[in-house]
Design a protein around this ligand. Sequence first.
Ligand code: F6R
Length: 243
Amino acid sequence: MQVIICKNAQDVGEAAAMIFASTIYAKPDCILGLATGSTPIPTYQKMIELYKRGLLDFSKVRSYNLDEYVGLSGDHPCSYRYFMNTELFDHVNIDKANTHVPSGLGADPEANAREYDKMLAACGGIDLQLLGIGRNGHIGFNEPNDDHFVYNTNIITLTESTREANAKYFDKPEDMPAKAISMGVGGIMAAKRVLLLATGSSKAQAIHDTVLGPVSPKCPASILQTHPNAQIICDEEAAALLK
Ligand code: F6R
């Protein structure tokens, strides 16, 4: 696992966007695994800028997102489908029919999870998977636990730490769903290349545990130590405990 340390969040975004750009240049019909949250926003902004300058073409790109809240439809401003549309897809020439976000709707979210895994298996493999990281070391919404990694797309009960971190996006904190549907660790590890971004001091302990700790479901991101092509790009604050 390679670690690249940049000065600040803006530089992390620029570095990550360069990796996205080179992936799209090398394979215009590549499959991107995408993440939401505050961390990838500078990356998406840089990708939009490159597109607007005529340097990037998303017309053949396909994408699969990591996760979605259970119970939120795509037009809910806090849903991850809405986030992807407003932060990236609406501003570039990607065909929305080629973009996929797991669905947290319907009577049987577990069935949606099984369906998402079938789509992932059929898509031919994610070329570049973008990840953020939770303060507790989660990737996607795969929350820490004592004894096992969850490999398949699954329905997750969000931890207090995650609920506290994300409640700020909701008008009323109690409106935040208690559950999410998330690609499992198996789907993430199956990607050909993984790029985890981390910015800010609140991620320092999680980055320490990911890079220097044992591979353990207590820090789900630590499994990336065993991925053959994983990189972490973090800013100086998130890297503070690596020295
Ligand atoms: C989002 C996701 C989460 C976030 C993580 C960090 O799709 O899968 O793992 O990447 O919670 O969120 P931010 O970037 O908001 O700190």
